[in-house]
Design a binder for this molecule. Structure first.
Ligand SMILES: [Zn+2]
Length: 115
């Protein structure tokens, strides 16, 4: 038997590419599901980024870089903060959003007082 033959060719349930069952990786989110290696990487990448809207309608996009342990935060398409983050990026983002919303509340109330 040649090395390039697959023992158990199986289509990836996510993208449909046929790979050997033994080369499949676990689905990062779904217990007991398997996906191909490239889907596994893509899903992990999706898990490590997100989008939030703050109390003032600003778009906050975040991306977690697990290799560097960094959380990059962008507001309205502009990078505004890079936080060290070694555990849960969603927890760090929540902490960031508290500060972010608080600062804006101060600005708007000061402006309101002056007007
Ligand atoms: Zn796939």
């Amino acid at each position: 038997m040649s090395n390039c033959e697959m023992d158990m060719p199986t289509p990836c349930p996510r993208c449909g590419v046929v790979v050997d069952l033994h080369d499949m990786a676990s689905h990062p989110n779904e217990f007991k599901s398997l996906v191909c290696e490239s889907c596994h990487v893509a899903i992990e990448a999706e898990n490590n980024q997100g989008l939030a809207i703050d109390s003032y309608g600003n778009k906050i996009a975040w991306e977690y870089l697990p290799d560097e342990g960094l959380l990059e935060i962008c507001a309205n398409g502009e990078n505004i903060a890079t936080w060290l983050c070694e555990d849960d990026p969603e927890d760090s983002l929540k902490a960031f959003m508290v500060i972010w919303n608080k600062a804006q509340a101060l600005v708007t109330s000061e402006q309101g007082g002056a007007a």
